[in-house]
Ligand binder design. Structure first.
Ligand code: 4AD
Ligand code: MG
Length: 453
């Protein structure tokens, strides 16, 4: 494999013979030579290529406009220009693919809104290149985090018949013809099937066999909320642990976030600098503060009291028993705690059937981690391991015992306390990159009305 631009820029010494391929970002001509800045997406920067006007290949230079793909052979030498250690003195230059003056990324400074309309080209920009390098490294770091702690990675199914969150926000998967009068039994799976909203239920089966597992995959929600934090297709990290209670679950969740912030500092330093300069001036400082500050926790009941006493006029009323809205979550994280905060023990009535009932009879062992600027990033709970309690909760939610009999078996045979959580991968990326819209941290975002590219 030929070295990437990032590899060449990190060279320790000059080299008489190197080859680089990439896309031309800028071209400048002087009498004696032309300068091409060539980037290949491997890092934030491009490498400067100098093409001497006396070289036979210099006749090609005039065709090379921004966006063209080239391959250059030459010598890696110390660059006299400031701000770059190395440049390439070209010997051979080949044009792999021309780009003409209609290439949409001629200049810098396009708005995210415009760039979303050219989602197939936007990874070539500095901003999206940075965001998607961070996305890739974070994904790898998540696998490392769980692997180092003895978790097994389980591929839970993408097509499922059970609505884990019970919110009825599922996309149907069917081979039945539209408009035809057919019965669900005639469908491909012999019953209605959907795209999963969470791998948790299947994750529980594996945790109750292999101890500590996690799943990290795409999840789908047909909620019609057109916000900057919701996507119809997003990725979720879901650890599930047998012999684990809410306390240990919250500790792992908090450590998970810290670990990924550390990765941002240690493995994405160039991107962090760029994002702090151009996307969110407070980013580096906010991440640093989050790392330095110990995680804080509040019970839901305490959180409601704080919100009530705040004297703040909220759009949605604050009342014990009501769900916390984004404005409430953001007040708690941004103004009250000024950092991440974990809220636990939520009212039973507003949470899904699988959460463990607390002894007070009105709350469940649930937790949400809230972040400044984001709101909820993690939702999790200890699971109800007692058969009678679980059956009662399922009846209340109107769930069929037959459909969930496999899930009930986990309580019938060797039931153990267990807990887990789900972290929204895109919300995490928004937090570590400072990017404000979820559409800009997903390679090709799916939101209501949009499934482009
Ligand atoms: O709180 P949620 O709905 O929890 C679950 O699905 C549990 N079954 C997870 C578990 O315990 N294994 O979703 C978890 C997280 C949220 O905190 C949020 O970060 C993210 O998933 N999320 C979304 N991200 C982007 N777009 C959406 N529409 C999202 N819905 C949830
Ligand atoms: Mg939630």
């Amino acid at each position: 494999m030929r070295p990437s631009v990032s590899h060449l820029l990190a060279s320790e010494s000059p080299s008489p013979n190197v080859t680089v391929s990439g896309w031309v970002r800028t071209r400048r001509d002087s009498k004696a030579c032309s300068f091409l800045e060539v980037g290949d997406g491997s890092c934030f920067r491009g490498i400067q290529v100098v093409v001497d006007a006396n070289l036979p290949c210099s006749s090609l230079v005039q065709q090379i406009l921004t966006g063209a793909a080239v391959e250059v052979e030459g010598e890696l030498v110390a660059s006299p220009a400031s701000g770059q250690k190395w440049e390439i003195q070209a010997r051979e230059l080949r044009v792999l693919g021309l780009a003409d003056g209609t290439y949409p990324l001629q200049k810098k400074g396009h708005t995210p809104e415009f760039l979303r309309t050219i989602g197939h080209l936007r990874p070539r920009t500095n901003l999206y290149g940075s965001v998607f390098r961070v996305r890739s490294r974070m994904s790898f770091a998540i696998h490392r985090f769980f692997n180092e702690r003895g978790f097994f990675h389980v591929h839970t199914p993408i097509i499922t018949a059970s609505d884990c969150e019970g919110a009825g926000e599922m996309f149907r998967v069917t081979t039945l013809k539209q408009g035809a009068q057919s019965k669900p039994e005639e469908d491909f799976f012999g019953k209605p099937a959907y795209l999963t909203v969470s791998g948790q239920l299947q994750g529980e089966a594996f945790a109750c066999a292999m101890g500590k597992i996690y799943t990290f995959g795409p999840t789908f929600r047909a909620e019609n909320s057109n916000t900057t934090r919701h996507a119809a297709e997003f990725w979720m990290i879901e650890p599930e642990m047998a012999f684990c209670d809410l306390e240990a679950d919250m500790s792992l969740a908090e450590e998970n976030i810290r670990d990924l912030i550390r990765v941002m500092f240690e493995e994405c330093a160039d991107e962090l600098d760029f994002l702090t300069k151009f996307v969110d001036k407070a980013l580096t400082q906010r991440l640093r503060q989050t790392l330095d500050k110990p995680s804080e926790r509040l019970s839901y009941t305490e959180a409601v009291e704080i919100l009530k006493k705040s004297g703040r006029k909220f759009e949605y009323p604050v009342e014990w028993g009501e769900a916390l809205q984004t404005e409430h979550e953001r007040f708690l994280a941004e103004e009250h705690i000024k950092g991440p905060v974990t809220i636990f023990d939520y009212p039973r009535a507003i949470k899904p059937f699988y959460m463990r009932q607390n002894d007070d009879g009105r709350t469940v062992a649930a937790m949400d981690v809230l972040l400044p600027g984001i709101g909820e990033i993690i939702g999790g709970s200890q699971r109800e391991e007692r058969m009678d309690h679980l059956l009662a909760a399922m009846r209340l939610s109107g769930l069929s015992e037959d459909e969930y009999s496999w899930y009930l078996d986990l309580r019938r045979f060797g039931s153990v306390p267990h807990a887990g959580y789900g972290m929204g991968f895109e919300r995490l990326l928004m937090f570590v990159t400072g990017v404000h819209n979820i559409r800009d941290v997903i390679p090709f975002a799916r939101t209501p009305g949009h499934a482009d590219f």
